[in-house]
Design a protein around this ligand. Structure first.
Ligand code: IPE
Ligand code: IPE
Ligand code: MG
Length: 249
């Protein structure tokens, strides 16, 4: 925070992060991919601490995509074990920090041990309100949208919903993120400049920030740097720059 003169009146409410580059980080060190994932947990702690410090209200972390089920079995099971272990290790600290844990994605596809750890941690932290930490697990944005369309269609067929009532707000309310505002800022590490099926509807007007830093090297100062970069941008939402300046005076 001290290195960057952040404007406390312009802190994004919701920051989403695609935590990428664990495998390459490990490879560079001559280690197995899981070593990178294990070290990535420290970066989760850094990002969360930084987010709490500056008053971000929602932090969504892409931890495992639906497509990640196609990885080698060993890597998947090591990742699931790491998830369970990290939740049990961190839950007291999350509670102390006032973090409410939430998830999006097909949680029922995860092993029982993960589901149990998540259910317990969510229950323990449910009354916290400093920040909501949303873990995207077995998450696919296209699947999320497909499920929403299925649900709406069923309600239309049953006469519970009028098709002309389907608008942007209604669609948002059928997504797994219905309780949260859209992210103002998306960070992706590791130098990949893509969205990888993450929050495609919700990112419609999100500022995108790409950094070459590999996720296990991502520290609090990198988080602040991303916020600083965000604060320098002019969010126009289709208007002209002159209109935005007029609004600000
Ligand atoms: C991100 O790191 C973590 C997950 C997708 C679970 P990667 O494992 O994708 O790391 P790279 O992209 O191979 O370096
Ligand atoms: C995206 O990372 C998913 C997560 C960070 C959990 P990937 O490394 O799986 O993405 P692609 O496949 O390279 O786009
Ligand atoms: Mg990757």
């Amino acid at each position: 925070m001290k290195d960057f003169n952040l404007d406390s009146t312009n802190i994004p409410k919701h920051v989403a992060i695609i935590m990428d580059g664990n495998g390459r980080w490990a490879k560079k060190k001559g280690e197995m991919r899981i070593y990178g994932h294990t070290n990535g947990v420290g970066s989760v702690r850094e990002a969360l601490t930084a987010a709490v410090e500056i008053g971000v209200k929602y932090l969504t972390l892409y931890a495992f995509s639906s497509e990640n089920w196609n990885r080698p079995k060993d890597e998947i099971s090591a990742l699931m074990d790491l998830l369970v272990q990290s939740i049990y290790n961190e839950v007291d600290e999350l509670n102390n920090k006032g973090v409410k844990l939430a998830t999006i994605g097909d949680i029922h596809f995860l092993p029982d041990s993960c589901q149990n750890a998540l259910t317990e941690a969510k229950e323990r932290t449910k009354n916290n309100s400093k920040i909501t930490l949303i873990l995207a697990l077995s998450y696919s944005s296209r699947r999320e949208i497909s499920l929403a369309v299925q649900k709406m269609t069923k309600e239309v067929v049953n006469g519970e919903l009028e098709s002309k009532a389907i608008n942007e707000d209604l669609i948002s309310s059928y997504l797994s993120t219905s309780d949260y505002p859209d992210p103002e800022l998306l960070i992706r590490t590791s130098g990949e400049n893509r969205v990888s099926n993450f929050l495609m509807w919700q990112l419609a007007y999100t500022e995108l920030y790409f950094t070459k830093i590999l996720w296990p090297d991502f520290k609090k100062k990198n988080f602040y740097k991303a916020i600083f970069d965000y604060q320098k941008r002019e969010r126009r939402f289709g208007k002209t720059s002159e209109q935005i300046i007029d609004l600000n005076v």
